[in-house]
Design a protein around this ligand. Structure first.
Ligand SMILES: Cc1cc2nc3c(=O)[nH]c(=O)nc-3n(C[C@H](O)[C@H](O)[C@H](O)COP(=O)(O)OP(=O)(O)OC[C@H]3O[C@@H](n4cnc5c(N)ncnc54)[C@H](O)[C@@H]3O)c2cc1C
Ligand code: FES
Length: 414
């Protein structure tokens, strides 16, 4: 073996060693790179989870103590058109102090003096955006009467037609028991009829911001796109979030409308879109919409406790006055005395509540939500007792006539 051969073999050996070292180094680098990428992904997920948790605790921390008593002044920061005769109002506290959080689905109670010489009118409006720290948003549809003999809704007309940016409104703290179960991650179905979209939109916005893995099916029913508030926003949310399925159904679409199917939102539609009917439902819309969907879902085997709903009852539509029945001889009859009005009326079980009985007999009791939530109708009981339809937040010795029936003879301070 000559010197040149030895030199070549040595050179090849050194090159081989170098290649082995370089390969090992490259392998380690690739491994390191992959590891770093995985770590980065994990830390991103962790960060996201921490932000979500922080957002949630920010939203729901100290819910009860953060609210205020009675009415507080709010300024209309922005007023925007959402659909035909429907505006959103972005409200900020006039005192500049922090804005308490609320649960997605809850509502505000407003006291509105639409005419100088009239008493203020109390109405409830759902918060239509996810809880935030900078404003509350409500969205109000003008209640337009189809009958020329019947006036349009007073508060909704006043808000839509007269209230402008910079105006001050009297607002009660968020309340209501119709809200999304935010501790659950199970799939959820939102059903909205017309302006009933507001509370479920708040729930959907919250869900996409803080529960990106929770599946949501959103069904929106309206007459046509001009009557469909937030249609564009809903389509954008569905396009941007894989966990959201949106179905819009219009009953009378106009040329150029964007919609998925025609007709009314019903169980047949739900069956065609949902993987199963056994899901949690949150629905809001006109009473007929809620009644038919609830009955049909129950008939299809969905347990009642999986169906959560809220109706936007017309605040001032009173039951037709009936002549009050004269005090009966029947000893089983229940007598309701309205002390301030000096009226004694026999309870008629065809009325659903004491508020209806009072209104039908011309006795004025202020009301807002008519669902036992806002406290506007609270009335002292001078003697006797009442049954409340559900658990309510009324002091001992008082009742909420909008959800109460007499439990024997009763005297109310009304
Ligand atoms: C919890 C809750 C949340 C709500 N959230 C929203 C919301 O987010 N957005 C929203 O737009 N609404 C919402 N509402 C409904 C809202 O509170 C009001 O009921 C609605 O705005 C109508 O009030 P109004 O003062 O305009 O109408 P009112 O003056 O109370 O009249 C109600 C209706 O009765 C008709 N009417 C008036 N006088 C008569 C008469 N003599 N005979 C027959 N009919 C008559 C009117 O034309 C009108 O259609 C909600 C209600 C509740 C309970
Ligand atoms: S009207 Fe709201 S509690 Fe009775």
């Amino acid at each position: 073996m000559n010197a040149q051969t030895i030199f070549s073999i040595g050179g090849m050996a050194i090159c081989g060693l170098l290649v082995i070292q370089l390969t090992a180094f490259a392998g380690r680098s690739v491994q390191g790179l992959l590891h770093a990428r995985k770590q980065f992904r994990l830390s991103q997920e962790l960060l996201r989870a921490r932000i979500t948790a922080a957002k949630r605790s920010l939203v729901f921390s100290d819910l009860s103590t953060a609210a205020w008593d009675g009415f507080r002044k709010f300024r209309v920061k922005w007023k925007t058109l959402e659909a035909n005769g429907c505006h959103s109002f972005y409200l900020v506290p006039h005192d500049g102090k922090p804005l308490p959080p609320y649960r997605p689905g809850q509502f505000l109670t407003l006291s509105i003096k639409a005419k100088a010489n009239e008493r203020p009118l109390v109405r409830c409006y759902s918060l239509s955006d996810s809880p935030r720290q900078d404003y509350y948003r409500i969205s109000v549809k003008k209640a337009v009467s189809q009958d020329p003999a019947v006036p349009d809704g007073r508060v909704s007309s006043f808000l839509n037609d007269h209230v402008k940016e910079g105006d001050i409104l009297d607002v009660k703290a968020p309340s209501g028991s119709f809200y999304l179960d935010t501790d659950s991650e199970s799939p959820v179905v939102f059903l909205a009829g017309g302006i009933g979209v507001t509370p479920v939109l708040s729930m959907l916005n919250y869900l996409v911001e803080t529960q990106p893995n929770r599946r949501a099916y959103f069904f929106m029913g309206a007459r046509n796109s001009t009557e469909c508030p937030f249609g564009k926003h809903l389509r954008q949310v569905a396009a941007e979030h894989d966990n959201v399925v949106l179905h819009t159904r219009l009953s009378a679409p106009k040329p150029g409308d964007q919609w998925d199917s025609q007709g009314r939102v019903d169980v047949a539609l739900l069956k065609s879109v949902l993987p199963t009917l056994r899901l949690q439902y949150y629905m809001c819309g006109p009473p007929a919409f809620l009644d038919s969907l609830t009955n049909d879902l129950i008939a299809a085997g969905v347990p009642k406790q999986m169906i959560h709903s809220e109706a936007f009852g017309a605040a001032s539509v009173k039951k037709k006055p009936k002549p009050s029945t004269p005090a009966p001889d029947d000893e089983n009859s229940i007598v309701v005395q309205f002390a301030r009005s000096g009226r004694i009326i026999t309870w008629d079980p065809r009325f659903e509540t004491l508020l209806e009985l009072a209104e039908a007999n011309g006795i004025t009791i202020d009301s807002g939500c008519r669902a036992g939530n806002c406290g506007t109708c609270v009335t002292a009981i001078k003697s006797g007792s009442v049954n409340h339809e559900a658990e309510v937040d009324a002091d001992e010795g008082s009742c909420l006539p909008c959800v109460a029936t007499p439990d024997g003879h009763v005297i109310l301070d009304a």
